[in-house]
Design a protein around this ligand. Structure first.
Ligand code: FRU
Length: 473
């Protein structure tokens, strides 16, 4: 007997997968790989999962298919970070067996980190899948084993087959979980459950539900207290475009309201709003540490091309943002520790109309201009790739990101105070934070060979630029 032969098939599969990833990584073309955003080492990622803080470190998992840069049987990839900015790759946390490991969340406890996720199992009869909720445990936050009593939660109250993406938290000695689902007549809804041990769950209430024009399925729900209010964050599928709104394949947004743990009722105060206005943002999830609420999203979109897939990987995560409620909106600011990535100031001056600037692949731009005049900045790769125009029009009060050929996202912006724009450019991404985070755009833009900026406005704009250090593997 050699040492490995006493390991289970599952343990052996894990070892083989890590060997496969380490080898396959060498074949990845780095031209579009982010330098300070989380991306899968190889293969495909979608939703961020299990965002949590455990034993002094942040953990982030993600929907992962290692064997191709398209969606496939879902694993959970895993990275950790001391500060939400520097990330290190850890072994794949969950491998599919009979069940695919769909999205879910994590809860940190004294004796370890527990994952709750949707086990998606193929069945022979319509709708050909079954979704139930599973647990996996870890003592060290790295090696996870699946609970042998899975599933722990089997059926939505109306029997809907769409029953996924559990987000778990604790309140006064009880566990709570929200799960995305659907009414019998196919409207999106979010269900709330309670448990004393995570192993048996009681249905409490429908936390939120589409009235008919809010989509057919609400994926990836999250529910949390923020600045004295409660927020239901979710990713509805099937919203019809309305003017500038809801132009992505699916949207991510939130409802603000009040919640009472005695009645389990969530009373809506502010109707659904998108949380990010860019082209590529979905399935966002949050965690709270020391009174701060952090959010991260999938920085790609379903049913859209992922140009990096020919390079051996696809999909990435956004920067982590800190959330606040200001008035009737959530603001998002890049996590404070992002300043530790600043390498050196490469520019701090007034840029004339038609002036051209060149930067490296990873750069932060801080832009100040006369808010009463139009702004029009072109960002593109120094050696090709794709383009984006960033515009401000004081008459319509709209901020626009235009990727050309009519591929436009825009929204009205009323600054809370500061009027600067903070822009984070990575090898294939652009994140624009307006003012104090009233309006944020996340859009993939593919810059080959670093970034080039042209001031196409009629006015001078002041640009301060910091080159950024690498912080992801
Ligand atoms: C959202 C989603 C989830 C599901 C996962 C599967 O993007 O569709 O609802 O759990 O992706 O990968």
């Amino acid at each position: 007997l050699n040492a490995t032969s006493i390991l289970s098939n599952y343990e052996n599969a894990k070892i083989e997968l890590e060997e496969y990833i380490e080898n396959k990584k060498k074949e990845v073309n780095p031209r579009f790989r982010p330098l300070y955003h989380v991306a899968p080492p190889v293969g495909w990622m979608n939703d961020p999962n299990g965002f949590s803080f455990h034993n002094g470190e942040f953990h982030l998992f993600y929907q992962f298919y290692p064997y191709d840069s398209v969606w496939g049987p879902m694993h959970w990839g895993h990275v950790s970070s001391p500060d939400l900015v520097h990330w290190k790759q850890l072994p794949t946390a969950l491998l599919p067996e009979k069940e695919q490991c769909f999205s879910g969340s994590a809860i940190s406890q004294e004796n370890g980190l527990t994952l709750m996720y949707t086990g998606r199992v193929a069945i022979d009869v319509e709708p050909y899948f079954n979704e139930t909720q599973y647990l996996a445990f870890s003592d060290d936050g790295i090696n996870f084993y699946k609970y042998d009593g899975n599933p722990v939660l089997s059926r939505a109250p109306n029997g809907s087959p769409d029953f996924r993406d559990p987000k778990i938290w604790m309140y006064e000695d009880y566990y709570y979980v929200v799960i995305g689902s659907q009414t019998t007549d196919k409207r999106g809804r979010v269900l709330l459950y309670k448990s004393s041990d995570m192993k048996s769950w009681n249905f409490l209430s429908v936390l939120g539900e589409s009235n008919g024009d809010m989509g057919y399925m609400w994926e990836c729900p999250d529910f949390f207290e923020l600045d004295g209010k409660f927020v239901l964050l979710m990713s509805p599928q099937g919203l019809e475009p309305q003017g500038d709104r809801y132009k992505n394949t699916h949207q991510t947004g939130y409802i603000i309201g009040n919640f009472n743990y005695d009645t389990n009722e969530f009373e809506q105060e502010v109707a659904f709003q998108e949380i990010d206005f860019g082209h590529d943002f979905y399935a966002a999830t949050t965690t709270e540490v020391n009174g701060k609420r952090y959010l991260i999203g999938w920085f790609s979109m379903w049913d859209e091309p992922h140009p990096e897939d020919v390079d051996g990987w696809a999909g990435m995560a956004t920067l982590v943002r800190e959330l606040r409620i200001v008035g009737s909106r959530i603001t998002m600011q890049p996590v404070e520790e992002i300043v530790t990535l600043r390498n050196q100031i490469v520019l701090d001056s007034d840029i004339e109309p038609n002036q051209i600037l060149v930067f490296g692949k990873a750069v932060e731009l801080i832009i100040n201009s006369d808010i009463n005049q139009k702004v029009d900045l072109l960002l593109e790769g120094r050696k090709g790739g794709s383009k984006a125009w960033l515009r401000w029009d004081p008459e319509t009060r709209k901020v626009t990101i235009d990727r050309g050929s009519g591929d436009i996202r825009q929204v009205e912006w009323y600054p809370n105070g500061s009027i600067h724009w903070q822009i984070f450019l990575d090898t294939s991404s652009l994140e624009l934070f307006c003012g104090e985070g009233e309006v944020v755009f996340s859009s993939r833009v593919y810059a080959l060979g670093g970034w080039k900026l042209t001031n196409e406005s009629n006015q001078t704009v002041h640009i301060k630029a910091n080159s950024l250090k690498r912080s992801t593997p």
